[in-house]
Design a protein around this ligand. Structure first.
Ligand SMILES: *[C@@H]1O[C@H](CO)[C@@H](O)[C@H](O)[C@H]1NC(C)=O
Ligand SMILES: *[C@@H]1O[C@H](CO)[C@@H](O)[C@H](O)[C@H]1NC(C)=O
Ligand SMILES: *[C@@H]1O[C@H](CO)[C@@H](O)[C@H](O)[C@H]1NC(C)=O
Ligand SMILES: *[C@@H]1O[C@H](CO)[C@@H](O)[C@H](O)[C@H]1NC(C)=O
Ligand SMILES: *[C@@H]1O[C@H](CO)[C@@H](O)[C@H](O)[C@H]1NC(C)=O
Ligand SMILES: *[C@@H]1O[C@H](CO)[C@@H](O)[C@H](O)[C@H]1NC(C)=O
Length: 348
């Protein structure tokens, strides 16, 4: 059993022996560590502050302190600040995303279209103030020479990077004669380093054209007719060609047109003045050899009530010419009658 008096006495002895006071747990400094770290220290005990890895102080990275008899740590002016990595804000042909270049931040990189990142897309500012891994570069994407499709040849091709092409360079293909191109003749070097879709060249044959009724067709004397071969059409007398005189074998294996020969028309009235291409002509004189397919004239007709004239159109269509019903042909004996073409025009 220890008496309270004795406890008091022992405590007093202890107080004298230790010089009286203990130092408290030391003040925490941002980004610094204290060694050793304890809740309290005896007078004479030493502590060391050091900046944590990645941080430094401009006036030496370490501070030593000894716990004084007063039990109060001396003032500590240590300031640990992050290390700063070298400026990395610019990436040629690319973009850098960053907040600061300080430890322990990371920055990230991307390249413009047509460039690829040679390196990693992020780098971290390390404890020793260096970017890890090292900074990347944006290198141009290149396309190897384009493959040449079957039955084709390159008509325009200029490699711009040694033997290769860079993004958006183009090459142009041409099919060999008689081969037709399907797809675009121009290919582009893409940002993936390949070319856009290559065209295809296919052999195309057209059937021999058949002779039109009342006409003829000429074409090359060959085993087969191919893409871009031509045939020429013509008609016998009194027939006209409906369609172009020259047709071409197209890439779908068809002729560009199939012209036919259309008959001329004979004129079924003896005497009439008509409008032909805006001019008054005597039908029986102008078309005494007949009217060719497709030609048009306008007949004059009478409006009896209003005593005026109007016109109606008639066309020769493959041998058929219909005179407008409103047109009245007078007998040459009916001299007292006025022809419609001599009557004043109606006002709409
Ligand atoms: C990437 O860059 C390194 C040097 O930084 C270089 O040696 C290498 O050839 C490059 N790679 C390509 C594919 O360009
Ligand atoms: C281009 O290709 C030729 C033959 O394939 C080769 O000898 C030459 O070294 C190449 N040039 C470059 C710049 O790659
Ligand atoms: C092909 O390249 C040209 C530039 O040379 C560009 O203007 C065009 O948009 C490209 N076309 C395609 C389909 O990528
Ligand atoms: C072919 O591609 C080029 C670009 O690559 C484009 O400018 C052109 O319009 C294309 N032609 C056709 C017929 O699609
Ligand atoms: C080019 O490469 C990209 C990516 O690999 C692919 O998606 C695309 O289909 C390719 N284009 C052609 C025309 O081969
Ligand atoms: C070409 O021929 C096909 C049948 O072979 C036909 O369907 C198509 O309309 C023709 N095209 C032309 C432009 O004549």
């Amino acid at each position: 059993m220890i008496s309270p008096v004795r406890v008091l006495f022992l405590s007093f002895l202890c107080y004298v022996a230790t010089g009286g006071r203990t130092c408290p747990k030391p003040e925490a400094i941002p980004f610094a560590t204290v060694v050793p770290l304890k809740p309290s220290y005896e007078a004479g005990e030493e502590i060391r502050y050091t900046c944590q890895p990645g941080y430094y102080s401009t006036r030496g990275d370490m501070r030593r302190f000894i716990c004084p008899i007063t039990g109060m740590w001396p003032a500590n002016s240590l300031k640990c600040v992050p290390r700063v990595c070298p400026f990395a804000g610019i990436l040629e042909n690319g973009i850098v995303r960053y907040t600061t270049f300080e430890y322990p931040n990371s920055i990230s990189f991307s390249c413009k279209t047509g460039y690829y990142l040679n390196g990693t897309n992020t780098a971290k500012c390390s404890e020793d103030g260096k970017w890890t891994p090292g900074l990347p570069v944006c290198a141009p994407v290149t396309c190897a020479p384009p493959p040449v499709p079957m039955f084709a040849k390159l008509s325009v091709y200029k490699p711009s990077a040694g033997n290769n092409s860079v993004y958006q360079d183009t090459a142009v293909f041409q099919c060999l004669p008689h081969y037709a191109m399907f797809g675009n003749d121009t290919v582009n070097c893409t940002a993936h380093g390949n070319w856009t879709k290559l065209p295809e060249c296919k052999e195309v044959k057209c059937p021999f054209p058949s002779r039109p009724d009342n006409g003829f067709v000429n074409y090359p004397a060959k085993q087969a007719l191919h893409y871009q071969d031509k045939a020429t059409y013509g008609c016998h007398n009194n027939y006209v060609l409906d369609g172009p005189a020259v047709v071409e074998c197209n890439k779908f294996g068809n002729w560009s047109a199939q012209p036919t020969c259309k008959a001329s028309c004979s004129i079924p009235v003896k005497k009439a003045t008509v409008l032909y291409k805006g001019e008054r002509v005597k039908l029986q004189d102008k078309f005494k050899n007949g009217m060719l397919h497709g030609e048009k004239v306008s007949f004059f007709c009478k409006n009896k009530e209003k005593k005026c004239s109007y016109t109606e159109e008639a066309q020769c269509i493959d041998g058929t010419f219909e005179v407008p019903k409103c047109f009245k042909e007078h007998s040459s004996l009916a001299f007292w009658k006025t022809d419609a073409w001599d009557v004043k025009p109606c006002e709409n």
